[in-house]
Design a protein around this ligand. Structure first.
Ligand SMILES: Cc1ncc(COP(=O)(O)O)c(C=O)c1O
Length: 404
């Protein structure tokens, strides 16, 4: 692979080619390091795209999952699943919300949230409910969630889109008020506290508080997609907690199971009783293996102080990147180093997808999103020494790309 190769390799003819894949296969990992099948080691600053909360081969998660495998992997939601009750209680206690529906992925959690908002509207007599969504949003790739997503590349070829969404720019209360003025069909505002795929774009804390107040005044649900920014990544359990607010609906997935597929929709008082028996379901949702992964993830995060670690090492990494890229930030070739905790973005003034392959060659796993933003979403166990190594590997590549 040349140093400018883009991350697109054909895969086996038997696997549908929905991904452009980098030319390696990973065989095993330990902590924040992974090895490929040729024995090369990589520092993992991607964490399975914000999924591997506890890194790889965690010494307490793996035995717990092994124990669970010998008990039960899956039953069905025909029966009580005590581990669901345990994980639901943990999420309710940490979010200040009321109850939880379990599924397996982020899009499923968001799909459920959209259904819940529509039913919330129907229960109030609104026949054609509409949901406010955002420019640069990403909520998934099912038909409803890709319709809520802003990226035209995600939508192309899949029309007709699902109707009932109103799109507004981030961080403008005025735009939100104007887009919803005199519209009795609005039922919810749906946003990411920090947009991930859209380029690590934070909603301002004042804006979040103002949207909360508007939702209260208008009897709309505030639905905050914490699939990528939640589960401790920013240094609080959920990114919206920095604003001191509580949403009515909160979809979760990614980091919740440290790599085992777990999705959840957490509901506050106004949303907790909208779904009634028969309204929604998922065969795999809440299965014992997934629930054990969620319970142990949260337990280990707390035992090991991983929220504090995410905040501390994330702030250190951000400052180190800003320092190393100071002259590029001054001359505008790097626009910004932004984000919170271990959810960081480095926005360049030019497209930088080629950095993904170049970093791979240098022994570093990263991603580029929104064309110009290097995204760092490592495991929450990242050490300061590993943060230094990310800077040492990445900054020369950024400088070289900017010089080309
Ligand atoms: C904020 C957000 N919501 C939803 C999703 C979709 O999650 P999944 O890929 O598990 O369906 C993603 C995935 O990147 C995401 O970042």
């Amino acid at each position: 692979m040349t140093s400018t190769a883009s991350p697109a390799e054909p895969t086996s003819p038997h696997v549908m080619s929905t991904y452009g894949r980098l030319p390696i296969a990973l065989s095993h990992g330990q902590g924040c390091e992974v090895w490929d099948t040729q024995g090369r080691v990589y520092l993992d600053a991607l964490g399975g795209i914000a999924v591997n909360t506890l890194g790889h081969n965690h010494p307490r998660l793996v035995p717990a999952l092994q124990d669970q495998l010998t008990r039960l992997i899956h039953t069905s939601n025909y029966y009580h699943v005590p581990l669901q009750e345990t994980l639901a209680q943990m999420l309710v206690e940490r979010s200040g919300m009321q109850n939880v529906f379990f599924c397996s992925t982020g899009l499923e959690a968001n799909e459920a949230a959209i259904k819940l908002a529509r039913k919330f509207g129907h229960d109030k007599g609104i026949e054609r409910p509409e949901i406010v969504v955002y420019e640069k949003a990403f909520h998934g790739r099912s038909l409803a969630t890709l319709s809520a997503t802003a990226n035209p590349k995600v939508q192309a070829g899949f029309g007709p889109l699902v109707e009932g969404f109103i799109r507004v720019p981030a961080n403008s209360l005025q735009a939100l008020e104007a887009a919803t003025a005199n519209n009795p069909n609005v039922v919810a505002v749906f946003l990411e506290a920090i947009q991930g795929e859209g380029g690590i774009n934070a909603m301002h804390l004042d804006y979040l508080r103002a949207v909360r107040a508007l939702c209260d005044a208008r009897d709309w649900l505030l639905m905050i997609d914490e699939v990528q920014c939640g589960m401790g990544r920013t240094g609080k359990w959920f990114a919206h907690q920095w604003a001191g607010i509580t949403p009515d609906v909160m979809p979760l997935a990614k980091g919740l199971g440290s790599g085992v597929p777990v999705g959840a929709v957490v509901a506050g008082a106004r949303a907790a009783a909208v779904f009634q028996p028969g309204n929604h379901g998922s065969t795999f949702g809440g299965n014992p293996l997934a629930m054990r992964a969620g319970v142990e993830t949260i337990r280990i995060m707390e035992e090991d102080g991983l929220l504090e670690n995410a905040a501390r090492v994330g702030a250190y990494l951000k400052a180190a990147l800003q320092e190393a890229l100071a002259s590029e930030l001054a001359n505008g070739s790097v626009k910004e180093v932004r984000g919170l905790g271990l959810m960081l973005g480095i926005e360049l003034a030019k497209p930088c997808a080629a950095l993904v392959g170049q970093a791979l060659q240098a022994g570093l796993l990263i991603s580029v999103t929104a064309d110009t933003v290097v995204r760092l979403v490592p495991s929450l166990i990242l050490t300061q020494a590993q943060a230094d190594r990310i800077v040492a590997l990445l900054v020369p590549l950024i400088r070289k790309l900017l010089a080309e």
